[in-house]
Design a protein around this ligand. Structure first.
Ligand code: NAP
Length: 266
């Protein structure tokens, strides 16, 4: 299927690694000119260089999105190469904390980094999409938004806020040609997830090889119908579809990519 993305331009925040990196690679393979973003200059430039080496188009924008200054720098670098048709709000971070260890300051910082960061991008880029009469805003949410765990409550709550604000944005964008949707991953195998599971495996008796650890950790922590963790490329495919003109009748939706971990039917 031709996703009709050729010639579009996309900024994917937090694409120096993980899900964001897989997303810029997938979009670039569909002919999208991508802007790779991160705080880490070396990793961001390496991702962009590798996309260009494969025949794709990639610029770089560096900046911390927890403040207006960083957000301004990212937007101005992104717009220097042309308009942004597609914004993927993916940047975010996560700390494995208990209720006792997550201080009010950690709650505030997590909200700033995972929620207000995306709002900064929306407020700077969506008015320009509106003027052009076409655009896509895709936010990376997560199953923890609707099925939170007792751990890392400060993180769960930011995913819920992301789901909520993207539906509100869809209503705000009524009739403009710009849509707003959420892709909600389950547990996806990025480096940090592999490191964490490997570290806690002995205490849980999950086996010695990575294959055993993935199988047992999936059953215990994120049971799902596919019986494994997700892969970053599987999130990227969902984002590419929602970014495409083919998704024009989808707005305010949540597309779960979690192997069926979340059990509700809505
Ligand atoms: N992996 C999962 O299982 C999973 C599941 C559900 C949702 N998510 C969400 O998916 C997103 C990506 O996660 P990931 O697993 O791919 O993690 P990751 O590999 O650690 O990637 C996080 C990205 O966000 C960037 N970033 C973090 N804080 C930032 C800030 N304040 N300003 C600018 N950039 C910032 C990082 O940039 P630098 O490293 O260059 O600083 C990096 O590119 C996150 O929002 C996470 O909440 C992940």
């Amino acid at each position: 299927m031709d996703l009709q993305l050729n010639g579009k331009r996309a900024l994917v925040t937090g694409s120096s690694s993980g899900l964001g990196e897989a997303t810029v690679r997938a979009l670039a393979a569909e002919g999208v000119a991508v802007v790779v973003h991160g705080r880490d200059e070396r990793r961001s430039h390496a991702v962009a260089a590798s996309i260009r080496a494969n025949g794709g188009k990639a610029d770089v924008a560096i900046g911390d999105l927890t403040g207006d200054e960083g957000a301004d720098a990212v937007v101005s670098a992104a717009l220097a190469g042309g308009p942004v048709d597609i914004l993927v709000n993916n940047a975010g971070s996560y700390k494995h904390l208990s209720w006792a260890d997550a201080t009010p300051e950690t709650w505030r910082d997590t909200y700033e980094g995972n929620v207000v960061s995306g709002v900064r991008m929306i407020q700077r880029l969506v008015p320009l999409m509106r003027e052009r009469g076409w655009g896509r805003v895709i936010t990376i949410g997560g199953g923890l938004a609707v099925q939170p765990m007792y751990q890392h409550p400060q993180y769960n709550a930011t995913l819920a806020a992301r789901h909520n604000l993207e539906v509100s944005l869809a209503r705000e964008l009524r009739g403009t040609g710009v849509t707003s949707n959420v892709v909600a991953p389950g547990a996806i195998l990025v480096d940090a997830v592999r490191d964490l599971l490997t570290e806690i495996a002995p205490a849980h008796g999950w086996g010695e090889t990575w294959a055993q650890i993935e199988r047992d950790a999936t059953r215990e922590l994120v049971p799902n119908d596919v019986e494994r963790l997700g892969r970053p490329e599987e999130i990227a495919s969902a984002v590419a579809f929602l970014a495409s003109p083919l998704s024009g009748y989808i707005s305010g939706a949540v597309l779960r990519v979690d192997g069926g971990h979340i059990r509700n039917v809505a």
